[in-house]
Design a protein around this ligand. Structure first.
Ligand SMILES: [Zn+2]
Ligand SMILES: [Zn+2]
Length: 437
């Protein structure tokens, strides 16, 4: 179903840029996710960075993009690429990204399409646009520059998830870096992002104002709790996002409790295979491969029943919005020894949030009481406040644009600290154009 009207409903200005750079957020300027930002200079060279959706129910979409010949997709999370098939379908846009991002994209788009069909949500692109989009990929290795007219472009490792990239853009006037989603800390899957010396920095501020718990302590607390449940004869259900978190949790369990029987289900299995096929994007491919071989992959109904007697089940969806995790929860909920471990943020209006706040969840359309104990752990792969500020000081820019950030509760903390240190900050609103000279 198409409700955009290409070239007519975009609010992007018609006037050419006279001086400096114009940036314009179609989405993700003053919110987390739903990202799309247009950058243009006075030579009319223009690109779009990311084009995602916010996977809320119903989903949120960024504003309509103006014509762009080239778009950079930083990574394969839906909030950064969910709208991307619309671009090649309407503008013949080339999609640039890493090979792993391109390989995973089809699965993410199929999933977006499936959810919108089941839930009857409109989607601005059609199923056949996925094939067009797949044919529009131009892939790049990290640290290998290419030219877009008078700009030199280069992707750099962003941490966060395997294949995630930051974009460095060099023009005659300025060096610019867009972080995309990033983390400077190593995760089980990826090495941390390294700062780049630039004049202008666009940085994600998801965790502005918040510092992460010490990772070693958090892992120790997680493992202690897993062992507490399994010693008591219970099964731990870990709802996990397919793309990154599933494999991170699998590796941690393999490293710390190899004696356990751990089953893995959902889309995370296919993503792990693609990660292993693109092992140059993995920090320790052997570790992922060993953990993968050690785990039991659920691939049939009888496997699924067997998993109910295991120690740990890792399964999509990460916010208990559907997927096999709901099937498991429906079976596991009758034995009080079983527990649910959340390892990521549960957004409002999701099954996971409802379970945490009301001890209820919708199972196959029926509101169901869940009396199982649950625990919450923090294994984010976004930079926390300290990582963000350290990264900014090391990049040493004169101007910082803070996006992908809550404009009321997160971004102001970062603005305040940077301004005190003599850095000019910019806090974009969606749908507004700004010039930086
Ligand atoms: Zn994001
Ligand atoms: Zn992401």
């Amino acid at each position: 179903m198409v409700f955009y009207n290409p070239g007519r409903t975009t609010g992007y200005p018609d006037e050419p840029v006279e001086k400096g750079f114009r940036y314009h957020y179609l989405g993700g300027g003053n919110e987390v996710g739903n990202v799309g930002v247009v950058l243009e200079d006075n030579t009319q060279n223009r690109l779009l960075l990311d084009y995602g959706i916010a996977p809320t129910r119903p989903p949120k979409y960024p504003k309509e993009a103006p014509f762009v010949k080239d778009a950079i997709i930083t990574h394969s999370h839906v909030d950064h690429l969910g709208m991307a098939p619309w671009l090649p379908a309407n503008y013949n846009t080339n999609l640039h990204g890493t090979q792993l991002t391109a390989d995973i994209s089809r699965m993410m788009w199929n999933d977006c399409y499936k959810i919108s069909s089941i839930e009857k949500y409109p989607l601005p692109w059609d199923k056949r646009d996925i094939d067009t989009a797949m044919n529009s990929w131009i892939t790049h290795e990290f640290n290998e520059p290419w030219k877009q007219d008078n700009w030199d472009l280069e992707l750099h490792n962003a941490g966060h998830i395997p294949g995630a990239a930051m974009l460095k853009l060099k023009s005659e006037e300025k060096d610019i870096l867009f972080t995309g989603d990033f983390d400077t800390r190593n995760s089980p899957l990826t090495s941390g992002a390294k700062p780049q010396n630039v004049d202008l920095l666009f940085i994600e501020g998801t965790y502005a104002g918040k510092n992460h718990a010490n990772q070693e302590q958090e892992i120790a607390r997680f493992i202690e709790n897993v062992i507490r449940v399994t010693d008591n004869g219970g099964t731990v259900l870990i709802p996990a996002f397919a793309n990154g978190r599933t494999q991170d949790m699998l590796i941690r369990l393999y490293q710390h409790c190899p004696e356990l029987d751990v089953h893995i289900d959902g889309m995370g299995k296919r993503i792990a295979k693609l990660q292993l096929e693109n092992s140059r994007f993995i920090r320790d491919p052997k570790l992922l491969n060993d953990a993968w071989n050690w785990s039991r992959r659920v691939s049939s109904k009888s496997d699924r029943k067997k998993a109910l007697d295991s120690d740990v089940i890792i399964s999509t969806s990460g916010m208990l919005q559907g997927g096999p995790a709901i099937w498991y929860l429906n079976r596991l909920r009758h034995q009080k020894e079983n527990e649910i471990f959340f390892t990521g943020y549960q957004a409002e209006d999701t099954g996971g949030r409802k379970l945490q706040t009301k001890s209820k969840i919708d199972i196959f359309g029926k509101e169901t009481d869940i009396s199982l104990n649950f625990e919450k752990f923090s294994f984010s792969t976004h930079a926390g406040h300290k990582e963000i500020t350290d990264f900014i000081y090391a990049c040493d820019p004169s101007d910082v644009v803070i996006y992908h950030s809550d404009p009321n509760n997160a971004r102001p903390h970062l603005v305040k600290e940077l301004e005190q240190n003599g850095i000019t900050t910019h806090s974009p609103e969606n749908g507004q154009s700004y010039i930086i000279e």
